[in-house]
Design a protein around this ligand. Sequence first.
Ligand code: SF4
Ligand code: SF4
Length: 227
Amino acid sequence: MLTQSLIQTLALGLGFDACGTARACRLDEDALFMDGWVGSGNAGEMTYLERNRSLRYDIRELVPGAKTVVVCLLSYAKSGKDYHRTVKSLLYHLQASIEQHLTEQGEDIAGLVNRDCQHIFCDSAPVLERRWAVKAGLGFIGRNHQLINPHLGSLVHPGELVLNIDVQGCDEAEILNTNCGDCRRCIDACPGKALGLAEWDARRCIAYETHYCLVCQKCCPYNETLF
Ligand code: SF4
Ligand code: SF4
C-alpha cells in the first residue's frame, strides 16, 4: 500500500520543497467559475482556455483511470533556466522511486500510472494546477491570484504526477486555514489595477501583455524573505 507520507518523504528527498496528494475528481466549482469567466471575455486572447475544457475540469478524462494527483512544489531558486524540464525530471525520478519502493514490497507496479498517455505535468497541459495544489493542502490562492504556500511564499512551480492507484492518507489534506486576512498590498500596488475587481480581468494585467511583472508578488508579505 502506498501512503501519502511515503510519497512526501521521497519527494522531499529528491529536492522538492513540498508535496501533497489529492483524490482525482471533477473540479465542479472551478468548471462553473471558468465557464462564466471565459464566457465574459475576461481571458482576452488566451483562447487556449476555451479548448479542452472537459479535460481541464476532470483530470480523469485527461489521464484515463486516474485515482490520485500527487502535487509537488519546487521553489524558483532551485528550478534553473527551464523549470518545466527540471520539475518534470524530478517527477519522473519520483515515479521511479515509488516503483522501486513498491517492487521491494513485492507489489505489482503495472497499474501505478497510465503508461499509454502523459501523466506528468508542469505548466504544459490543461491541468488546473493551483487548484490541485490547494486540494493537496499545499497552500491557498491569494488576492494576487497566485498559489501561496505559507512557508515558501508564491515563487514556486507546481508539478503533478498522476497515479492510477489509491494512496492511503490522500483524503487527509486539510485546506489550509491561512489566507490573505486584511492585507490588500497587492491590490494597491498593481500598476494595471487588475486586482480587487469583482472579476479578475487578465487584459488589465501587465504580465499578460509583457510576460514580466512581479509587483503583486514582490509586495506580498508571504514573499518577504525572497526579495
Ligand atoms: S502581474 Fe503586475 S499587473 Fe498583473 S496583477 Fe500582478 S501586479 Fe498587477
Ligand atoms: S499581498 Fe496581501 S492580499 Fe495580496 S496575495 Fe499577498 S497576502 Fe494576499
